[in-house]
Ligand binder design. Structure first.
Ligand code: CP3
Length: 365
């Protein structure tokens, strides 16, 4: 300890108040993948640099993180650090690159359980391995000057297990499913190892300056309810509990909100409402009215506009935004606006801007 930096006070703490379940003047809004390829200024800064070169350079990572905050001046209520969920597999000893227009690529994936011994580091020194990630967070927090809170994040254990075994994106999940059904014990061992790293990584992001964190279980929808309960839920629960415990050990007494995004597994909402998370992020396959009914105030909800709506006309964006906010009860309590998944490279920044402005207008009404 002792290395905590003094940061400027927050000028906009709306998302933190909403995440704590307080009454707010309007629902806060941010967007998954708000920093990225749909923004022309992203391409200028990224230029010919490799994706992880950008993440590992605090100057570049902080500039890209703040780009959407500047672009949509005053209408975004949070920044999310420019990084990727693949940094945990990297810290565990795996080599991952992001290939242009393809996505994550592992040069040597874990195809057999025995390969955990040879390809993974036993005791991961998170502070050392992800030192760059903490530096980028601190640098970004300084540069934000308290304009909006900075969010940290990590991948969910099952989602990272899929990538580590498949070696990249997949439609079949052939190798990861072979592990689940052929090697359940080895699967649990791998999930357990990832979970330990995730807890330390999230807590250290807070020490470095993150003010709220999110766990992206992006492949949750590949699991049926029974498998979700066995291979995802217990680990997500361990992360929320372990994160809070670790913060106390690190001397952080403030309540740091933690969000979980179980993409594709909206059947899990009732369970996740009791798992120690402050916020559950929803995709667009669940009706907001239904979601509110299910959680009965146990947890704050985030989401859930189909990102595809941004391809629609301004009129459609307004209509769908109004319906969504009304569905979540107007958003003055227990709600954070977001899309149901990330932005896409083909989106028009002006249309996303229209969505954000409509969120302000409708949310303030
Ligand atoms: O603005 C932000 O949201 C912060 C940065 C962020 C990125 N990835 C940047 C990124 C975050 C939070 C992520 C999380 C992430 N990464 C997830 C979970 C969220 C989700 O989408 O479900 C996942 C599954 C990944 C893995 C990953 N990284 C994929 C599938 C890809 C390729 C995406 C594509 O559409 O091609 C990446 C690369 C990546 N991560 C990019 C960005 C901006 C594109 C990199 C580039 O410029 O080439």
């Amino acid at each position: 300890m002792g290395k905590m930096v003094e940061f400027k006070p927050l000028k906009n703490d709306l998302i933190l108040r909403a995440a704590r379940g307080e009454n707010v003047e309007r629902p806060p809004v941010w967007v998954m993948r708000q920093a990225g390829r749909y923004l022309p200024e992203y391409h200028v800064v990224k230029a010919n640099n490799d994706f992880f070169t950008c993440c590992r350079n605090p100057e570049i990572a902080s500039t890209i993180t703040i780009q959407p905050v500047n672009h949509y001046n005053g209408v975004l209520d949070a920044a999310i650090i420019f990084s990727d969920i693949m940094v945990i597999p990297q810290a565990m000893g795996m080599n991952v690159e992001i290939l242009d227009k393809i996505g994550p690529h592992f040069t040597d994936p874990l195809r057999e359980p025995s390969e955990m011994e040879t390809k993974l580091t036993k005791e991961v020194d998170v502070l050392k391995e992800l030192d760059w990630a903490f530096k980028s967070i601190t640098e970004t927090r300084i540069k934000l000057e308290g304009r909006v809170p900075l969010l940290g994040f990590c991948g969910g254990p099952w989602t990272l297990m899929v990538y580590m075994i498949e070696g990249g994106g997949t439609k079949l999940f052939r190798y990861a499913k072979t592990w689940l059904y052929e090697h359940p014990e080895a699967s649990h061992e791998l999930l357990d190892r990832i979970t330990g790293v995730a807890i330390e990584f999230l807590a250290q992001q807070v020490v470095a300056g993150a003010q709220m964190v999110q766990v992206f279980e992006s492949w949750a929808g590949e699991l049926g309810p029974a498998e979700f309960k066995e291979f995802s839920l217990p680990y997500l629960k361990r992360i929320s509990k372990g994160f809070k415990k670790r913060l106390v050990e690190l001397g952080i007494t403030e309540h740091i909100p933690i969000t979980v995004f179980p993409k594709g597994a909206m059947y899990s909402l009732d369970w996740l409402a009791d798992c120690g998370y402050d916020v559950v992020s929803l995709d667009w396959t669940i009706d907001p009215v239904e979601a509110v009914k299910i959680v009965r105030g146990r947890v704050v909800l985030q989401g859930n506009l189909d990102p595809g709506v941004i391809y629609g006309s301004k009129e459609i964006i307004s209509k769908k935004t109004e319906e969504m906010i009304a569905g979540f009860g107007g958003g003055k309590q227990g709600y954070i606006i977001n899309l149901g998944h990330g932005t896409q490279p083909f989106m028009d920044p002006a249309k996303l801007g229209w969505f954000l402005e409509e969120c302000q207008r409708v949310g303030s009404a």
